[in-house]
Design a protein around this ligand. Structure first.
Ligand SMILES: [Zn+2]
Length: 202
């Protein structure tokens, strides 16, 4: 039995000043780093995803190229592979990341489960190989990629928590809906600061 942390899409384009910047994104990057510093032994494996889109096409209609984005199914151009916008935010301590997952090459991909590692392993293959039973999910955005990743993990028979104070959302209405949907699906929705101290010190 092993415990994993998913860090979802803490990238420059999803934080303030980015192409699709989410309010509170930079604070989430710093908060995750501080949380990991407080919990040096808290996870057996830390897995981080990055949205990693093609530059030369609309990525399966994911990029709004001929009309204004609706910010639900179409988006401004963001996280193009190899550009500064696709890099991790500078406040995220990348030394703590054990496995890097990329997703969205040529298509929409909200969930980390749609990505692969640099070695070509899928996320369920990785989790099974490491015997991961428990997953905490943090990152951006609560109402899109965090939501989709947590729902996939619970469908994949893992015990899943979303630590909401270490997430940031695109919009308040969709954040509220996502939190309700996650709870309904069996995801434990709570704040990292409310975790028992013994666990935080574990
Ligand atoms: Zn995307």
């Amino acid at each position: 039995m092993a415990k994993a942390l998913f860090i979802i899409d803490v990238q420059n384009d999803f934080t303030e000043g980015g192409a699709l910047g989410v309010a509170g994104g930079a604070a989430v990057a710093l908060g995750i780093s501080q949380y990991l510093a407080r919990n040096p032994e808290g996870y057996d494996v830390v897995i981080a995803s990055r949205d990693w889109h093609d530059a030369d096409n609309d990525n399966g209609g994911h990029f709004a190229t001929n009309e204004a984005p609706d910010f639900a199914t179409t988006w401004p151009v963001h996280c193009v592979a190899g550009t500064p916008g696709a890099e991790y935010h500078s406040a995220l301590d990348t030394n703590r990341i054990d496995v890097h997952v990329k997703k969205g090459q040529g298509k929409p991909a909200y969930s980390i489960y749609q990505g692969t590692t640099d070695d070509g392993e899928t996320v369920p293959q990785l989790l099974d190989r490491l015997d991961v039973t428990d997953i905490d999910v943090v990152g951006i955005a609560t109402d899109y990629c965090v939501r989709a990743s947590a729902l996939d993990a619970v469908s994949d028979q893992r015990q899943v928590r979303v630590l909401t104070d270490l997430t940031a959302a695109v919009a308040e209405a969709s954040r509220v809906a996502a939190v309700a949907e996650l709870a309904e699906a069996g995801v434990d929705v709570q704040e990292s600061v409310s975790l028992p101290q013994t666990e935080a010190d574990a």
